[in-house]
Design a protein around this ligand. Structure first.
Ligand SMILES: NC(=O)c1ccc[n+]([C@@H]2O[C@H](COP(=O)([O-])OP(=O)(O)OC[C@H]3O[C@@H](n4cnc5c(N)ncnc54)[C@H](OP(=O)(O)O)[C@@H]3O)[C@@H](O)[C@H]2O)c1
Length: 216
């Protein structure tokens, strides 16, 4: 298996992916976050600077992007950091990683996207669609993961919605698995498996697939 470079490792999902990564993984973090980490695998890099990314990605086979933001985190540019919004983070970072990765000779891209974005209105689904398009058009092999709500310690509220899908489960288990929440540990295992094997390349993986892959 080739070397993995991963962005978003400091996030809720990323923290559960971290223990599965090898000593040669490259953890791409923006400078303000990187300086708080002691891990020798950390690469401090502006995740929108394509020439810096090209250098950071050289020699890696697979890029994994777990980066994303929410409206509550939107912020103007300050202290040498870019503005935080869907354009810069949810679209800009995966697009920059994919373009730079292609130029750097990487082979594959694993993108953590979101369930239901194809038909939903609003800025967040639109941003995720653009990110997916950028990755598909990059010339890299790709696999897109679309979980529904990610739940786990400190983030359990969305589990309450799962009762809505219980009746659906009786006659369409796969569909219920697409809609219901996914535990972050399950998702992390699916992310790692997709990063380590080209088996699912060219596929968009939703809840039913993610549960199956994690159970592996
Ligand atoms: N939460 C859900 O229920 C859910 C459901 C479906 C899909 N998703 C998607 O799944 C992905 C991961 O979700 P999550 O809840 O694990 O995310 P999270 O905890 O919010 O973590 C976000 C990650 O993105 C990085 N990031 C954010 N803004 C950045 C910036 N301006 N520059 C560099 N890095 C930046 C963060 O790094 P810093 O530490 O540097 O901020 C962090 O590592 C996201 O794309 C999200 O849209 C989430």
């Amino acid at each position: 298996m080739g070397q993995i470079a991963i962005a978003g490792i400091s996030g809720y999902t990323g923290q559960r992916v971290l223990p599965h990564l090898g000593a040669d993984a490259r953890l791409l973090l923006r400078p303000s976050t990187a300086k708080k980490w002691q891990d020798p695998r950390v690469v401090s890099v502006d995740l929108l600077d394509e020439s810096a990314l090209e250098k950071a990605l050289a020699g890696c086979e697979t890029i994994v992007c777990l980066v994303g933001t929410t409206k509550a985190q939107f912020a103007p540019a300050r202290d040498g950091e870019h503005a935080v919004n869907y354009d810069t983070v949810d679209i800009g970072i995966p697009s920059a990683l994919a373009r730079a990765g292609k130029r750097a000779g990487c082979k594959r891209f694993v993108l953590l996207s979101s369930f239901g974005i194809e038909k939903s209105p609003g800025a967040y689904p639109a941003a995720k669609r653009k990110a997916e398009a950028a990755v598909r058009e990059s010339g890299l092999d790709w696999v897109i993961l679309r979980p529904s709500f990610i739940v786990g310690p400190g983030r359990a509220a969305a589990r309450a919605l799962d009762v809505l899908w219980a009746p659906v489960k009786l006659f369409a288990r796969g569909m219920a698995d697409d809609y219901r929440s996914i535990d972050v540990e399950t998702l992390a295992r699916a992310v790692v498996r997709a990063a380590q094997s080209p088996q699912w390349d060219g596929r968009v993986l939703e809840g039913r697939d993610l549960h199956a892959i994690a159970a592996g």
